[in-house]
Design a protein around this ligand. Structure first.
Ligand code: DON
Length: 312
């Protein structure tokens, strides 16, 4: 898909979205992870990265927030890089669950299957698959390196978030051991869950996420530094995973109203991929009942509709 759109049109739409929603008070910070409950709820930033590397941004785009579930995309890409598409499909799956991100029942309904690397179950399975299996130190290094390559600069662990999340992740512990029971954890279960929790606790900026979205939109070449991160042949699989389940049980509503494959996180970030055009990210901590940032959704929808950019 190619569409000619001027930088000034994008700038105008981005600034308009920021002004329209900066005072919106809907939603509330995630409170099941104590660290997230205390983040300034008025933070708000929007960043667009074009495929020539230009960045168009407004607001708190340099603030490092918890990447949370957006990291599921990054690690799915790492697993695709290490194993290829067929193995990802057979060992995890590429299907929507139609259920919340932390659903246990989804595993049972899908014949003991994690369904997709973009829900908690599949993301923990993905962490178990990261190579070298059995070596947590090197697995973690591979996860961080992959995110660094995708976004052009390194993420930083938010230690307090990691501790906060590790102390309260009882549901994820249940998911991990249920998956182990069904032979869907391919490394030590506790170690795999710890890697998942740690990757969710990485601090990332809206600007970094927009670069990552642009790398995916650019078929694997990071537009900021020209480096190839993943093989172009993986590009349709990556975007299809995001399109299928990026907003969990609200993915259809999201695609219907925004027209862009995107992935959310309870830290307040949303990363969108517009193939052949741009990556976009927005960040604002208050989330809706399904765990998706209220203002980030509004902002991205406004920009997409204003510029008439729907992938459909
Ligand atoms: O596992 C969890 O519950 C969190 N670390 C991530 C959840 C999340 O971001 C869901 N997405 N909106």
């Amino acid at each position: 898909m190619k569409k000619t759109i001027s930088v000034s049109q994008i700038k105008q739409a981005v600034n308009e979205a920021y002004d329209l929603y900066k005072n919106n008070q809907d939603g509330k910070n995630a409170d099941y992870i104590p660290y997230l409950a205390n983040i300034d709820k008025n933070l708000f930033g929007i960043s667009v990265c074009l495929l020539d590397g230009q960045i168009i941004e407004v607001g708190d785009t340099q603030y490092k927030f918890g990447i949370e579930s957006v990291s599921k995309v990054h690690t799915a890409i790492l697993v695709l890089r290490q194993y290829g598409a067929e193995k990802l499909l057979s060992m995890i799956g590429a299907d929507a669950t139609g259920l919340p991100f932390n659903s246990i029942i989804a595993i049972l309904l899908e014949n003991d299957h994690p369904s997709t690397p973009l829900v908690n179950a599949g993301a923990i399975t993905a962490c178990s698959m990261v190579q070298p299996v059995g070596n947590p130190k090197e697995k973690w290094a591979a996860i961080v390196k992959n995110i660094t390559e995708l976004s052009g600069s390194a993420p930083e662990l938010i230690d307090e978030l990691y501790r906060s999340e590790s102390a309260t992740n009882f549901n994820n512990r249940s998911i991990t051991w249920l998956l182990k029971n069904y032979n869907r954890i391919y490394d030590d279960p506790d170690l795999s869950l710890d890697l998942y929790t740690r990757q969710c606790s990485l601090g990332i900026t809206a600007e970094q996420l927009s670069v990552c979205g642009a790398t995916i939109a650019n078929k694997g070449v990071n537009p900021k530094n020209g480096a190839r991160v993943f093989d172009a042949s993986l590009s349709p699989q990556i975007t299809s995973l995001i399109a299928t389940v990026g907003f969990y049980e609200h993915t259809g509503d999201w695609l219907f109203t925004s027209g862009i494959p995107a992935k959310t996180g309870v830290g307040g970030g949303v990363m969108g991929v517009l193939p052949g055009i741009m990556g976009i990210a927005a960040f604002a901590p208050p989330i809706d009942a399904a765990g998706n940032s209220v203002k980030a959704q509004l902002a991205i929808k406004h920009i997409m509709n204003k510029l008439d950019l729907s992938v459909f």
